[in-house]
Design a protein around this ligand. Structure first.
Ligand code: RTP
Length: 155
């Protein structure tokens, strides 16, 4: 592979059930594609409760935890893995603050939502978290290793 380790950083991004319901899957994919990041995995799935409980295990003692798991299990989510330089940090920046009313306009949440309990997307908060979440949501053979065929089909 002709890539430095830094350029091969990966993050887990998910369009939550409200984002899927509102038809925002394409918009969210589009922003990461246009920024220049590489999609290495993606699937639409209704997440099993056990998966969500594991995903959010650090929030188990929060008052909003059970509502959060119910919300996340309420319909399909679109789970993705994106790759590229500092994609974990940049992904969080592109999503905006957790509370959409504190998300800057121009960010995904800042442009499309209002309530923290319906904030349409998830992004890993650190490289180690990303590795844990990717392993939780995807099997190894669901991750695509490929290079962009730069300038082969477009001029
Ligand atoms: P995410 O994991 O979804 O990217 O969000 P985050 O790291 O920015 O925020 P975190 O504190 O880990 O919270 C996870 C999700 O829980 C919901 N939440 N509800 N006060 C509330 O009702 C409340 N606070 C958080 C949000 O959906 C948040 O994204």
């Amino acid at each position: 592979k002709n890539m430095t380790d830094a350029n091969a950083e990966r993050t887990f991004i998910a369009v939550k059930p409200d984002g899927v319901q509102r038809g925002l899957v394409g918009e969210i994919i589009k922003r990461f594609e246009q920024r220049g990041y590489k999609l290495v995995a993606g699937k639409l799935m209704v997440a099993p409760k056990a998966l969500l409980e594991n995903h959010y295990k650090d929030l188990a003692d929060k008052p909003f935890y059970s509502g959060l798991v119910t919300y996340m299990a309420s319909g399909p989510v679109f789970a993705m893995v994106w790759e590229g330089k500092e994609v974990v940090k940049m992904g969080r920046k592109m999503l905006g603050a957790t509370n959409p009313r504190e998300s800057a306009p121009g960010t995904i949440r800042g442009d499309y939502c209002i309530d923290v309990g319906r904030n349409i997307c998830h992004g890993s908060d650190a490289v180690e978290t990303a590795q844990r979440e990717i392993a939780l949501w995807f099997k190894d053979d669901e991750l695509c290793d490929y290079e962009f065929a730069d300038k082969k089909w477009v001029y």
